[in-house]
Design a protein around this ligand. Structure first.
Ligand code: NDP
Length: 301
């Protein structure tokens, strides 16, 4: 193990050489870091040995090799399984496995009880973006700020870094919030392509319009954030809810005309109508957030 975490290109361990783990290992190797790797299916890590990684036979052997240990497995249950009997004393454990905020907090408590410092990570990139400084990919980190500061340069090798707080659940919280917004966006994109598909409109011709429109709408999240922070959904209203709900009827009629199911749109439209019925027609639609809060008596009804 190495005891000199401030040196350039410190040695580190990576547990998990799936698609993402492999990309991470390659980025660190390319930057000159000695990397010890372990994978449950040993054969899946062998190609990395030819590229300069040291293969460990067991997770315990890999963890004992270096103080900085990166984990990138399928899910939190895999992390528990892989590290069940491994001594973590004195290790700096960085868990890049996607999980929930509760997973991150529980894993932090577990690692700390095992004598390790802990940082949870949420990777906002796909494997081809790893190691490409211009890709825009980054990793959200939360948990031990001391660990983050100490290994900041090493962690910045595969992708950009964004530290979001001591609460170990925050990386996952931010990660999943961003992924959830993306899911809604993809739902809208699917509906839009379905609308044009049966007409003489080439998806390739339509795509630039779609990308441009989504990009020009994206900054509206800043106004929504202002309204949420000030508790005033009527501040700086751009498109009031009453008008938007009236417009929804056109969206639904168009779907019908084009023979397209509106099932991706109607859940959100239903919430807009409920918020309108509660007297918020002159506001933007930001207040719909309140209807989603389980316990308010509606979302969980
Ligand atoms: P893969 O399916 O390619 O790899 C999964 C890895 O988890 C393999 O190393 C696999 O080992 C291991 N694994 C699964 N179950 C267990 C277990 N019970 N015990 C030990 N090891 C286990 O997934 P990725 O590499 O793509 O993803 C890894 C993490 O990165 C995930 O949490 C994912 O959400 C996250 N991520 C992935 C992105 C992507 O685009 N790929 C993007 C952003 C985040 P084995 O080879 O033996 O099966």
């Amino acid at each position: 193990m190495t005891d000199n975490p401030t040196a350039d290109a410190i040695p580190l361990t990576v547990l998990g050489t799936g698609a993402m783990g492999t990309a991470l290992v390659r980025a660190w190797l390319a930057a000159g870091h000695p990397v010890t790797v372990w994978n449950r299916t040993h054969a899946r890590a062998e190609a990395l040995a030819a590229e300069g990684a040291t293969l460990a036979r067991t997770a315990a052997e890999a963890v004992s090799a270096n103080r900085l240990v990166i984990v990138c497995l399928l899910d939190d249950a895999s992390v528990g399984a892989a590290l069940a009997d491994v001594d973590l004393t004195g290790r700096d454990l960085v868990d890049l496995t996607t999980g929930t905020p509760a997973d991150g907090r529980a894993r932090a408590a577990w690692a700390t009880a095992g004598g390790a410092r802990f940082l949870d990570g949420g990777i906002m990139a796909v494997p081809p973006m790893i190691g490409d400084a211009d890709s825009g990919g980054y990793v959200l980190y939360s948990g031990s700020s001391a660990l983050f500061e100490e290994h900041r340069d090493t962690l910045a090798v595969p992708a950009g870094t964004r530290y979001v707080g001591e609460d170990a659940g925050f990386a996952a919280l931010h990660d999943v919030a961003l992924l959830s917004a993306m899911t809604g966006m993809f739902a809208g994109v699917s509906h839009a392509f379905a609308l044009i598909r049966r007409e003489d409109v080439a998806p390739r011709d339509f795509a630039p319009l779609l990308a441009g429109w989504l990009t020009s709408m994206a900054p509206s999240v800043h106004l929504a954030a202002d309204q949420l922070e000030g508790g005033d959904y009527g501040k700086g209203v751009v498109s009031n809810l009453a008008m938007q709900v009236a417009g929804n009827a056109t969206l639904l009629r168009t779907a019908e005309e084009q023979g397209v199911s509106a099932e991706l749109l109607t859940p959100y439209m239903g919430l807009m109508e409920r918020w309108l019925a509660e007297g918020h027609g002159e506001e933007d639609g930001t207040g719909v957030v309140e209807l989603l809060e389980v316990g308010r008596g509606r979302a969980d009804a």
